[in-house]
Design a protein around this ligand. Structure first.
Ligand SMILES: [Zn+2]
Length: 367
């Protein structure tokens, strides 16, 4: 089956649901036709003119970016400007662009989870809890002896997570009935004859974004021609996420930790606020521009806050709170997600050619 732009959009929705994005944000398909066939994808932090020119040259079908290609409303397209040229080349090259921004910041396995992992934080928790996901109840009726295979498929696809517990399901036994009509090929019973079958009612919950993958996984292993299943919307929203993460490290001085940050995030430059000999044990992180979370980081007990784009007055606020800051830059704190996006799409679509980090580098350099 060929991969279309819509398939990539659905996969991205599973990773970073759009309802996790800030209200002011601009996310989703920026340019392109959802039905267009896609053979190769580039993942990137930014859609720059240089990148788009290289993508046209390489005949790329789709670009998946973190920063939105179109952020503010466009009133005119002047192709003598850089942004106008980017749009012109994308349209001429028939290249689709999809962006996942603040939804990818918050997402499980997104920008901030990856940043926390890159810095080897332990016991990683959310720094803010300000997003909730809609949950649905999923019920499927399975003939006896197929319970285990369906259980394995749907839980592998992500169904059955409640808090820090996975594989949460409930099964009860009963009798199912059906009468196969014309042009059917029943797995059990025969056409025109009422069947009474020992079945299991299996039920679990899943986030709304996983409905398609869980149904696909279930259908792939369920033996029935027509599967009886129900999806119920729920009022409980147990799964929450938010911006920033917080965790612990082995105690180390701020000076040494800032050196570790440089090394782990592959950057030559960091700015530091705090006493170089103060000991660091609890670390808060927020990729990109996270200064708004300074107070939250302090409130949650962080010794240091690793983020980017910290302004002078933000640094003063942090110093007044006795919270150390390591400003590692916008690019180094977000760039690791680009490789993760490539890995994710490659795993989802084995036939797709996916490349990350094309001709991009940190524009801030040590001098
Ligand atoms: Zn950013």
């Amino acid at each position: 089956m060929s991969v279309t732009c819509k398939h990539i959009m659905q996969a991205m929705e599973c990773l970073a649901p759009q309802n996790l994005a800030e209200e002011w944000d601009s996310v989703g398909l920026m340019v392109g036709n959802p039905d267009r066939q896609v053979r190769n994808v580039w993942t990137t932090l930014d859609v720059t003119l240089e990148l788009v020119e290289a993508a046209v040259e390489a005949k790329v079908d789709m670009i998946v970016s973190h920063h939105p290609l179109i952020f503010k409303a466009i009133k005119r397209l002047d192709t003598s400007t850089v942004s106008g040229k980017i749009m012109e080349k994308l349209m001429q090259g028939n290249i689709a662009v999809f962006s996942a921004h603040t939804n990818l910041d918050c997402a499980v396995g997104g920008v901030n989870d990856i940043l926390a992992q890159m810095l080897h934080l332990q016991d990683i928790q959310l720094l803010t809890v300000n997003r909730s996901e809609k949950l649905v109840k999923f019920v499927v009726f399975v003939p006896k002896d197929y319970e285990q295979v369906v259980f394995a498929a749907i839980t592998k696809a992500g169904a059955g997570h409640i808090g820090r517990y996975s594989h949460c399901t409930f099964a009860s036994s009963g009798t199912g009935t059906f009468l196969p009509l014309e042009d059917t090929h029943p797995f059990i019973g025969r056409q025109g004859s009422l069947a009474r079958v020992d079945e299991m009612r299996m039920e679990t919950i899943l986030p709304e974004r996983l409905i398609i993958p869980v149904l696909e996984a279930m259908h792939a292993v369920h033996p029935y021609e027509e599967v009886a299943y129900d999806l119920y919307p729920l009022y409980n929203q147990l799964q929450t996420t938010g911006l920033g993460r917080i965790g612990t490290i082995q105690p180390v001085s701020l000076r040494n930790f800032s050196q570790q940050v440089k090394q782990l995030l592959h950057t030559d430059v960091v700015s530091m606020v705090g006493r170089s000999d103060q000991m660091i044990h609890t670390v808060a992180v927020c990729g990109g521009s996270g200064a708004d979370l300074i107070k939250q980081a302090k409130k949650n007990g962080a010794d240091v806050f690793v983020t980017g784009d910290v302004k002078y007055h933000d640094a003063l606020d942090a110093a007044a709170l006795d919270l150390a800051i390591i400003d590692a830059g916008h690019y180094p704190t977000e760039q690791p997600v680009v490789a993760r996006l490539s890995q994710y799409l490659s795993e989802k679509f084995p036939l797709l050619e996916v490349k990350s980090n094309i001709s991009q580098k940190n524009i801030f350099q040590l001098c």
